[in-house]
Design a protein around this ligand. Structure first.
Ligand code: SAH
Length: 377
């Protein structure tokens, strides 16, 4: 016991909470580990710091180039026009990070009279620090203060049947906690996180010796015969159900953009720190944890309550939305340095070996709505 207490003193707040939890209850699910490491109120990775950009741990498309937010903004304007130019257009962004994407959409909206007046923005953000950054990003727009609102969960978001409602979820689903399972000779078993030893000093993955309640999350799933490992993200299912609840009361759509695949796959959970891969189990709370999104899982939760279209690659989506034309227009008026930055941002967003192919775009639309461009299947 003395060595444990001495050991705990060396650990970060997240590690020592995890340690005590595991010693008291036994190994915990990967989802519980992720939740504690990322969004625990006092110590979670996202809760108290700005994690983006050159000085942070990773960079996202809206931070790379304004072109990204502008293309999503154009998509919103298109939806608004196609659906009779409603007088209230509610944009709900899930996990808005620094608020850059929302600001780019609001800035673009000013070029479309009618849309500008109709637009209001609801931000769903769990982290007080991120909320603070988002308020700063939006404070300079001279819009009515009631046009921007914040909620700390999608469950807290009121349904507004009189507003045309569009959800944007960019790199949101990949941050939600996943359970992991592997196929053993005795059937599927959950992967758990255990301590390396009773004396503080690290965590390790173990296979549960017998069935655990989380195996219930795999029930009714149709899995490829050769699949030997699987991640399941029940939180993604719950968020999807909430989105569909809104889209069945209010006309609208959701745009989900994330890396991932359209079917169940293997184990993808990974950590990022300072723009490099980092051991998932080392220094929890100071490392970004992320897992590929299974778009087919989201579709299962949509069922018949709304309609899913896609996913298509980010490259295809951005090109069809006119990113090349916009790049040329911006370059024409830019200094040489700015033009260079615009071009390298563009290449990162649409490059077929990078984000352009790894990231996928899927939409969920209210039943009965005209399929929005560029989802014409
Ligand atoms: N969309 C942004 C940020 C992506 S990072 C961008 O592309 O730049 C993930 C974001 O989701 C962060 O803002 C994080 O604080 C937020 N987040 C993570 N889990 C969340 C949850 N359960 N509910 C609401 N926000 C969450």
């Amino acid at each position: 016991m003395i060595s444990l207490v001495r050991g705990l003193r060396r650990l970060s707040a997240v590690s020592s909470t995890l340690y005590q939890m595991i010693l008291a209850r036994g190994p915990i699910s990967v989802a519980d580990y992720m939740r504690l490491a990322l969004t625990n109120a006092s110590t979670g990775y996202y809760m108290n710091r700005d994690v983006f950009g050159a000085k942070g741990d990773f960079i996202t498309s809206p931070e790379i180039s304004q072109l990204f937010g502008e293309m999503l903004g154009i998509w919103c304007v298109h939806l608004w026009r196609e659906n009779g130019e409603p007088s209230s257009f509610r944009l709900v962004e899930l996990g808005p990070g620094r608020g850059t994407l929302a600001s780019d959409v609001v800035r673009l909206s000013r070029q479309f009279s009618g849309f500008d007046e109709a637009l209001k923005v609801d931000m769903v953000e769990i982290s007080p620090k991120m909320q603070e950054l988002q308020r700063k990003a939006l404070e300079n727009f001279d819009k009515d203060t009631s046009s921007f609102r914040w909620f700390d969960s999608i469950q807290a978001l009121p349904v507004e049947s009189s507003s045309f409602t569009v959800f944007l979820a960019h790199e949101f689903f990949d941050a939600l906690p996943v359970y992991q399972f592997v196929l053993t000779r005795r059937g599927w078993r959950e992967i758990l996180v255990d301590v390396v030893s009773n004396e503080a000093g690290g965590f390790r993955f173990v296979k549960a010796p017998g069935p655990t309640p989380a195996l219930g999350f795999m029930e009714n799933r149709v899995l490829p015969a050769d699949l030997e490992a699987l991640e399941v993200c029940p939180s993604a299912g719950l968020v999807t159900l909430e989105i569909c609840r809104h889209l069945s009361c209010a006309k609208g759509a959701a745009l989900v953009i994330d890396y991932g695949r359209d079917g169940p796959g293997g184990l993808t959970l990974r950590g990022f720190r300072k723009h490099s891969l980092h051991d998932v189990l080392l220094e929890p709370g100071s490392v970004d944890l992320t897992a590929d999104v299974d778009f087919s899982y989201i579709k299962e939760f949509v069922g018949s309550s709304a309609k899913c279209l896609g996913p298509m690659t980010q490259r295809e989506f951005l090109k069809k939305m006119g990113i090349d034309v916009r790049l040329r227009a911006l370059e024409a008026n830019a200094s040489e340095d700015v033009a260079k930055d615009l071009h390298s941002g563009y290449n990162m967003l649409v490059g077929s070996t990078a984000m352009g192919s790894r990231f996928k775009v899927m939409t969920i639309i209210s039943n009965g709505m005209v399929y929005p461009y560029p989802f014409l299947n």
